[in-house]
Design a protein around this ligand. Structure first.
Ligand SMILES: Nc1ncnc2c1ncn2[C@@H]1O[C@H](COP(=O)(O)OP(=O)(O)OP(=O)(O)O)[C@@H](O)[C@H]1O
Length: 279
């Protein structure tokens, strides 16, 4: 994490709550994310991880509390927030080339430049290179493999040099090799630009080397802390209200015994910790 203690948080949630009807997803969530910080958001299906991302994007209204980006209430469409949505393979009929997709992310409006301008083209080339996609920049994006498409999505999300990068399960359906390369790409961007990263995932292992803190959501509760603080048997057992065992082996984390219906990954991930904030 590169942010100093006194820097303005990139993201600040204060007493944030979200319910749908009678169903409370999270309540009284307090969280600050600093420049350059990598926050993993973990938890079983349906605990409100995507809804949290939408709230940060200004697409989902909170039922209580506030969410601020760089000290101001969030607004839809900020170019300073990059977003990698859950992966969907593109339709084969999509006519856009990989470089056109990246160009959509370039902040041409701010510069008052047409998308075809030389400056935009230069930025697209730079981004394609940084995500290792120069060789297939002119290929229709729908023809690319899942891993290649995901690199292009990362490129689009970082093209405007965002202060905050929101990633919603960006590694889904990628093989281990591509999980690693896409994770490294995202980490490189936060290191190079000081971008804060909020990364929703069901498996923390591919990103574990990069994670500063974890936000764990489960059963209407949450915990915030370092992976070592949160990913512990006693913390997860409390969260799930049943004995859960967290095993660490060769730098990986496995969770055993999380209740059925939580949709939890038979192996690695989640947890929280006493020092975190309890919902
Ligand atoms: N606009 C909405 N109106 C009513 N219910 C909603 C709405 N949006 C989400 N939900 C419900 O809120 C719950 C949390 O959804 P969300 O997509 O945030 O979960 P998630 O933690 O991202 O789950 P997953 O890991 O399965 O992607 C789900 O049960 C979902 O059906």
């Amino acid at each position: 994490m590169t942010g100093g203690r006194n820097s303005t948080p990139v993201l600040s949630l204060s007493a944030a709550s979200l319910s749908f009807g009678e169903r409370q997803l999270w309540h009284n969530l307090n969280l600050e994310v600093q420049p350059g910080e990598f926050l993993a958001v973990l938890g079983p299906n349906g605990t409100g991880k995507t809804s949290l991302i939408k709230a940060i994007l200004g697409q989902q209204q909170l039922t209580g509390g506030t969410v601020e980006f760089l000290g101001r209430p969030v607004a839809r469409g900020s170019r300073q927030i990059g977003y990698i949505p859950q992966q969907k393979l593109l339709d084969r009929s999509t006519p856009l080339r990989a470089r056109d997709v990246v160009a959509l992310g370039v902040d041409g409006h701010r510069w008052g430049l047409p998308v075809s301008s030389r400056a935009v083209k230069a930025r697209v080339d730079e981004v394609l290179e940084s995500v290792g996609a120069t060789d297939y920049g002119n290929v229709p994006v729908a023809m690319l493999s899942g891993g290649e498409q995901q690199r292009i999505r990362v490129g689009q999300s970082i093209a405007a040099r965002p202060r905050l990068l929101l990633c919603d399960e960006p590694l889904l359906s990628l093989d281990l090799h591509h999980q690693r390369s896409v994770s490294e790409l995202i980490d490189e961007q936060r290191t190079a630009l000081g971008t804060a990263v909020v990364f929703v995932t069901h498996d923390v292992n591919p990103i574990l080397p990069f994670v500063d803190r974890v936000l764990y959501l489960a059963g209407g509760r949450f915990r915030v802390g370092t992976p070592d603080e949160v990913l512990r048997s006693e913390v997860l057992s409390y969260m799930y209200d049943t004995p859960v065992e967290v095993i660490r082996s060769r730098g990986r984390v496995a969770v055993l015994g999380a209740p059925e219906g939580y949709g939890v990954h038979d192996h690695l991930e989640h947890h929280e910790r006493p020092s975190g904030v309890l919902g």
